[in-house]
Design a protein around this ligand. Sequence first.
Ligand code: HEC
Length: 198
Amino acid sequence: MRHLTRHLPPLMAALAVAAVPVSAFAQQAASPEQMQATRAVTGELLKTLSGKLQASMKENGPAGSITVCKTIAPEIAMGLADKTGWKITRVGTRVRNIDMGTPNVWQHKALGHLNADLKSGAKPETLEWSEVVTENGKPTLHYAKAIVLQTQCLACHGTTAQLAPGVADKLKTDYPHDAATGYAPGQLRGAVVISRPL
Ligand code: HEC
C-alpha cells in the first residue's frame, strides 16, 4: 500500500490511506428503502399475530388462546425469517418465553432506548430504535419496533386480579418462570427485533 500511494496524486493517496481504517469501522446507514422493508416485516408480524390472537380469544377465550400464542407467534416469526433470510424475533422487557423472548445485549440496550422515548412522550405506533453495526466485516442493521401493552393484553399480561379465569394455572404449567404479568396499559411490553445485512 505504501509503495502504491507514493505514485498517486496527493488527494487520492490520502483517500487510499484513509480508506482502510474508515471502512473497518464504518457505521453505514440503512437506506430509506431498507428501513421501509424492515418496518414492513415487523408490521406484518404484528398484524398477523394480532389477527390470529383476536380470532382465538373470541372462539376459545384467553386461557384457551395461550397455546395459540405459544405456537403461532414463533411460527409467524420463523416464516418471515425464512422468507427474508433475516433474524426475526419478539423479546420482552419482562419475559414469558425464556428461550425466545429473552433480549440479548443489543436488544436490551434497544429496549432501554424505547422505554426512555416512550416515557418522554413518543407515539407507540411509530416507536422504533435501530443501529448499523459491522458484523463479520459487513454492515448489519439491528432494528427494534416497540410493542406497547394495550387493554386487551391484560387478560394474559395484567396483574393477578386482571388475568382471565384459568390463565394463571395454564401459565404455571406452560411457563413456570413467567415474569410477564403485572403490566399496565401504555407500558413497554417488548419489541419485535430484526437483524439483517445491508
Ligand atoms: C391469550 C393470552 C395472551 C394475550 C391476550 C396476549 N399475550 Fe402476549 N404472550 C402470551 C404467551 C403465552 C406468550 C409466550 C409466547 C411464546 O411462547 O413465544 C406471550 C408472549 C408475548 C411477548 C414475547 C416476549 C415474551 O415475554 O415471551 C410479547 C412481546 C407479548 N406477548 C406481547 C403481548 C401484547 C402486546 C399483547 C396484547 C396486544 C399480548 N401479548 C396479549 C399470551 C398472551
